[in-house]
Design a protein around this ligand. Structure first.
Ligand SMILES: [Zn+2]
Length: 119
């Protein structure tokens, strides 16, 4: 069973989201990474396009996504929805998905570095 989210907070420099879980895990997610991994259908489609097509025009949204966090709201008891600075808010990050993202090297690194700086 996926642990539940018990607390959410922004890092001091406001570049990462710190999530605490009912199993005691405390995981630091860089906002840029969360935005880049947006699970909504249109972002998924963009990510899944073959990258070897020379005629593909990369949408600026994907090249330089806005990773300012404008809002966070719970979705039932299973996920959260972020609203980004550019108004994009269609991705629902389920707890399952967030725990999957915790295994990414960038998240592990951010979590480890946050622990070092903790008082
Ligand atoms: Zn999206």
């Amino acid at each position: 069973m996926t642990p539940a989210l018990t607390n959410a907070d922004l890092s001091e420099d406001r570049t990462a989201l710190i999530l605490e879980w009912s199993d005691g895990a405390r995981i630091v997610y860089p906002l840029r990474l969360l935005r880049a991994q947006c699970p909504c259908a249109s972002c998924r489609t963009l990510r899944d396009q073959p990258s070897n097509d020379p005629f593909r025009v990369l949408p600026s949204q994907l090249l330089n996504p806005n990773s300012d966090l404008a809002g966070v709201e719970p979705v039932g008891r299973y996920g959260i929805r972020f609203r980004w600075g550019d108004g994009h808010d269609t991705g629902i990050y389920t707890y399952d998905y967030l725990r999957e993202l915790a295994d990414l090297p960038e998240v592990r690194k951010a979590t480890a570095s946050e622990e070092r700086h903790a008082p």
